[in-house]
Design a protein around this ligand. Structure first.
Ligand code: ACM
Ligand code: ZN
Length: 619
């Protein structure tokens, strides 16, 4: 008996671990505290949603989401506190901004939130606990809509969790921007930074300057003419759509560089006054806004006024990156201004302009964000938020200047770099090394605390790789040249890593655990109609007893995507969706490691790049 007792005791940890791991939900970002309970909540066919009237937009959003995928029409109960799903606002229980407490019992669900954003995040967590098709926009025949009983207390580590979309180099239609917000919101990202202006395009209607969008928003001629812009009405719609989802849309009005599209519309804005065309290829112009001309300064103020009228955001991004100053050196107006202001070095002209704009924004109750250079050109009177895009350690510079910092380091969170440098990988930016998912997740972002100047993180999707219809990528599974699908392929799943970096405290972050949870999210992204890069299978070498592999090399093959299968060949040819499928626990033996090639097959048209046995061996 004692022996039996002992062996059961010895077995317990082995038994307990997988059971525990299975029971924990696959949530991204990982919440602060999850307590599992027994039983499930089953969604009734007419769920009653009770809520305080201030949460009506969020309650309607939930009802709409559920109706589209399940066909269940919810009954909305404003001002009530009893229902199948109850939303409450209580700043004593949910003390931090954007925080929530989610309590799921068999009899019903209560989301207690600090604010509307917290209530929305509680609902997003709830949706992740139901089967993935609930996130879809079309009716599915899945019938068992259940979520496990549990208790979650959750709040974000960082107040700023952003994503930048470069709509200037490639114009993403409004509908796509709205869809992108849905994908961001599903992962609790709360700032959409729109890079609206660059040399290759001006994307914002400014009624007082119609040529900005008549001329500056378009490149090329005839049937090759491409471009587009957002009207004031489009912006209104985007801003309202964002607000329900807890997202602040932050416009970037870029200056003094990257503004050739404005110069093409109004040549007097640059130092030479020369007429330019909007380029059809990726191009970084040396023409700057002529800081020495009053008309250029009036233009900038008018544009900022119009922008602030359209965007109610706390933050306005004022660009400031990558200026080279040769035009200002040669310009009589700019030189005269330097003399008048007693500036010694030409870059100080940028600081002078930054101060003017920053002070103006503050007077209008806004906060300026600038790329990190904006803080470093001359003496800045009043610190603005520095968006650090080079080295993460550069936040120290902002700290020293008394400024807040946002980390968006190109080596970790510029998602226009590919995930790998392997043959067959998507063509993408090359000026930094590839950023595998693990590298992105490894960004050493400290937790937000009052003594830290870092207020958050941002991923950036620059679109100079897919400007204006060029044939750009060679992804087998995407047979399109220029596409929003290409943007999503680069963005997902790495944006989920950025979501967890921004939301989850450092102590709770583990890449192994993240990858395990991530495997359940590809089906969710798919349900949302969001494209993604399918990760390669995990091949594991099983060493032979003699350790010499004389009789061949043995591997196990595992899918990193839940529900997907692994297809493989053993003769060194590239597998395809119809190649032999690896069976659970199957061991595959080959004469040499590179003969084994395998892909993860999500569907017949969506699969990963191949990986081979040699790649799986320790280097
Ligand atoms: C940047 O990547 N030039 C901000
Ligand atoms: Zn000038």
């Amino acid at each position: 008996m004692r022996k039996l007792f002992l062996s059961v005791l010895l077995l317990l940890p082995a038994l307990a671990l997988p059971l525990f791991a299975q029971d924990m939900p696959d949530l991204i970002p990982q919440p602060r505290k999850v307590t599992m309970q027994t039983g499930d909540f089953r969604l009734p066919s007419q769920p009653r949603i009770a809520f305080p009237s201030s949460l009506e937009p969020q309650a309607k959003w939930l009802a709409d989401k559920v109706r589209k995928s399940t066909g269940f029409a919810a009954r909305l109960l404003p001002g009530k506190t009893k229902g199948d799903i109850v939303l409450l606002l209580d700043t004593l229980q949910a003390t931090k901004a954007e925080s929530y407490v989610l309590d799921i019992r068999e009899k019903g669900i209560v989301i207690t939130a600090h604010d509307a954003a917290g209530a929305f995040y509680g609902m997003q967590t709830l949706l992740q606990l139901f089967p993935a098709p609930i996130l879809g926009n079309t009716l599915t025949d899945h019938t068992d809509w259940k979520a496990p009983c549990l208790h979650i207390e959750d709040s974000p580590s960082h107040p700023y969790r952003g994503f930048m979309l470069d709509v200037a180099r490639y114009f993403f239609p409004k509908e796509f921007v709205l869809k992108t917000m849905d994908c961001m919101a599903a992962y609790k990202l709360n700032k959409l930074h729109l890079h609206l202006i660059d040399d290759s395009g001006w994307r914002l209607e400014i009624p007082a300057y119609p040529r900005l969008t008549e001329v500056g928003a378009w490149a090329g001629e005839g049937s090759k003419r491409l471009g587009g812009y957002y009207t004031c009405e489009d912006v209104k719609e985007m801003v309202e759509y964002a607000a329900v989802r807890g997202i602040e849309v932050i416009p970037e009005i870029e200056f003094p560089a990257h503004i050739l599209s404005a110069v093409a519309a109004y040549p007097h804005l640059c130092c030479t006054g020369k007429q330019h065309q909007v380029p059809t290829q990726h191009f970084i112009s040396r023409d700057l806004l002529c800081v020495g001309r009053d008309s250029a300064l009036i233009f900038l103020k008018d544009v900022l006024d119009a922008t602030m009228n359209m965007f109610p955001s706390r933050y306005i991004h004022i660009g400031g990156d990558e200026a080279v100053y040769e035009r200002w050196e040669q310009c009589p107006h700019c030189q005269a201004l330097m003399k008048r202001e007693g500036l010694e070095k030409v870059p100080e002209l940028q600081g002078w302009l930054t101060n003017k704009v920053n002070n103006y924004l503050v007077s209008r109750g806004r906060t300026a964000i600038g790329w990190e250079e904006a803080l470093l050109r001359g003496k800045i009177d009043r610190p603005l938020v520095s968006m650090v895009w080079h080295q993460i350690g550069d936040t120290a510079v902002a700290h020293k200047a008394g400024a807040q910092a946002l980390v968006a380091p190109c080596y970790y969170t510029y998602l226009d770099f590919p995930e790998s440098g392997k043959e067959g990988e998507v063509k993408a930016a090359t000026w930094c090394p590839p950023i595998p998912l693990s590298k992105c997740y490894s960004l050493p972002l400290p937790d937000s605390d009052p003594s830290s100047c870092t207020i958050g993180i941002q991923a950036c999707m620059w679109s100079d790789q897919f400007i204006h219809g060029e044939v750009l990528q060679e992804i087998r599974a995407i047979d399109e040249n220029r596409s929003e699908r290409y943007m999503e392929y680069l963005t997902f799943p790495r944006l989920l890593a950025v979501s967890e970096l921004g939301w989850t405290t450092q102590k709770l972050r583990s890449f192994t655990d993240f990858r395990h949870r991530l495997s359940a999210h590809f089906a969710r992204l798919d349900a949302m109609g969001c494209n993604f890069r399918v990760p390669e299978p995990i091949l594991t070498h099983v060493p032979s007893a003699d350790g010499e592999n004389k009789d061949g090399w043995t591997f196990t093959l595992e899918s990193p995507v839940r529900g997907a299968r692994v297809a493989y060949t053993t003769n060194g040819t590239d597998p395809h969706a119809q190649s032999r499928t690896a069976q659970p626990g199957e061991k595959v033996r080959v004469a040499s490691p590179e003969l084994l090639k395998a892909i993860t097959v999500f569907s017949d048209t969506k699969y990963s790049m191949p990986t081979n046995g040699a790649d799986a061996l320790p280097k």
